[in-house]
Ligand binder design. Structure first.
Ligand code: GDP
Length: 400
């Protein structure tokens, strides 16, 4: 009996204690706010997240890093949770078709003094000798070159005479036709990156330091990626300390692997390794950036000649692009001559056409080297390199 009474007492005490606890907890004061150092999970993340750096509009399809072939076999494992800063997304460059039309305003801003000037002169009621001389001066000032200028003026004189009275519309189309003839519409301006018998296509980019060579190599990688090609970059400009880093950054943004060597190392061996790597990875194109130290012609010849010879142990070069800074005018032509003696240039890239009114250099440099301008640089932005289209170029010169 005593045991029963004791058990009942214990049960009552336990129940009472539990009830008190519950009531007590209901009455307990709310917890103080967390100390300021406690992370607030509703606040925006402090670190950059996947895709934040991308400039592409949100509605465009994006490739993630897992979808892009990277060197060294399978794609790296990307940690999903939590997102890491390293897990960046590969950018999708702007399509290249019609790029020049889209960038036309850049060109118009700097160039259309030439077209407008010519149209104004040709609209004069009497086209006397002085006026024709002014037409010539305008073209020469825009770096068209003496010989091409004389040819153009001769043809214009002839056609204006035949035309008799001139409406602004007629003059515009006349000038457009003649400028187009001068620039050339028949040449193949595609960058040759698809040899029939093998992969990869091999492109060497040459030019004096400061012309925009490394930037152009990076932008060209984007052009190729935008056209659906895979690319390996060779940082054979081992003389400029920052060049390899600069190129690698360009490559990483579009998923292109960069082969690099030690600073001040042998450019030819970097170029050789880049092509070897490109072959093993099965990419479409290997782009090789080179050093352009114009100290002496012999030095340059030795350097570029060696890079070329070593690369050609794998396969012939498909394209040698010479990068020229359009703002340097006649100096650019001198550089072009020197490089043409050293390597077999197959195409010209004219950079910084957004910063000069001397677009006539397109005509002059093509005449000088006998090779076409294939690409033009119209700004420092990643997609400001456009395939050269004569029609869009001339339209930008003379305006609408
Ligand atoms: P490199 O020494 O020839 O490799 O020259 P970089 O590629 O380092 O370029 C030199 C400078 O020219 C950089 O500031 C580039 O951003 C700039 N640059 C390159 N291309 C263009 C272009 O088309 N327009 C403008 N405005 N700047 C350019």
């Amino acid at each position: 009996m005593e045991t029963i009474i004791l058990a009942v007492v214990i049960a009552v005490v336990v129940l009472g204690a539990l009830g008190g606890l519950i009531v007590g907890s209901r009455r307990r004061k709310p917890l103080p706010p967390p100390p300021p150092s406690t992370p607030d999970i509703t606040a925006p993340p402090a670190e950059p997240h996947v895709g934040e750096e991308a400039e592409t509009p949100r509605d465009e399809p994006r490739r993630t890093i897992e979808e892009v072939d990277l060197p060294g076999g399978p794609a790296p494992v990307v940690v999903e949770e939590p997102p890491t800063v390293e897990a960046f997304e590969i950018e999708i460059p702007e399509p290249t078709a019609g790029r020049l039309v889209r960038l036309r305003t850049r060109l118009s801003r700097s160039q259309n003094a030439l077209g407008k000037g010519l149209l104004t002169l040709l609209s004069r009621e009497h086209l006397d000798e002085d006026t024709w001389e002014e037409v010539e001066d305008t073209l020469i000032t825009a770096d068209v070159g003496v010989q091409p200028t004389q040819e153009l003026v001769e043809r214009l004189r002839e056609r204006v005479k035949v035309l008799g009275t001139r409406t602004p519309q007629e003059l515009r189309s006349l000038l457009r036709e003649e400028l187009l003839k001068l620039v050339g519409t028949e040449v193949d301006r595609s960058v040759r990156t698809e040899p029939e018998d093998r992969k990869p296509g091999i492109v060497m980019v040459v030019g004096v330091n400061g012309t925009g060579k490394t930037t152009t190599t990076g932008k060209l990688a984007r052009v190729l990626v935008a056209d659906g090609r895979t690319v390996v970059l060779g940082a054979a400009d081992t003389f400029r300390a920052a060049a390899a880093d600069q190129l690698q950054t360009w490559g990483e943004r579009v998923g292109a692997y960069t082969v690099r060597g030690p600073e001040a190392g042998d450019p030819a061996s970097v170029a050789f390794d880049a092509v070897k790597e490109g072959k093993e990875m099965g990419v479409d194109v290997v782009l090789i950036d080179t050093a352009g130290r114009l100290h002496t012609k012999t030095g340059l010849m030795d350097e570029l000649g060696k890079v070329k010879r070593v690369v050609e142990k794998h396969a012939p070069l498909d394209e040698v692009l010479l990068v020229l800074d359009a703002t340097t005018g006649q100096n650019g032509l001198v550089q072009a001559r020197v490089f043409a003696e050293v390597v077999n240039i197959t195409g010209i890239v004219l950079t910084k056409l957004d910063g000069t009114a001397k677009g006539g250099i397109v005509v002059a440099v093509q005449r000088e080297l006998g090779v076409p301008v294939k690409l033009i640089g119209l700004g420092e932005g990643a997609d400001d390199l456009a395939p050269f289209e004569p029609e869009a170029f001339v339209d930008a010169l003379i305006g609408d």
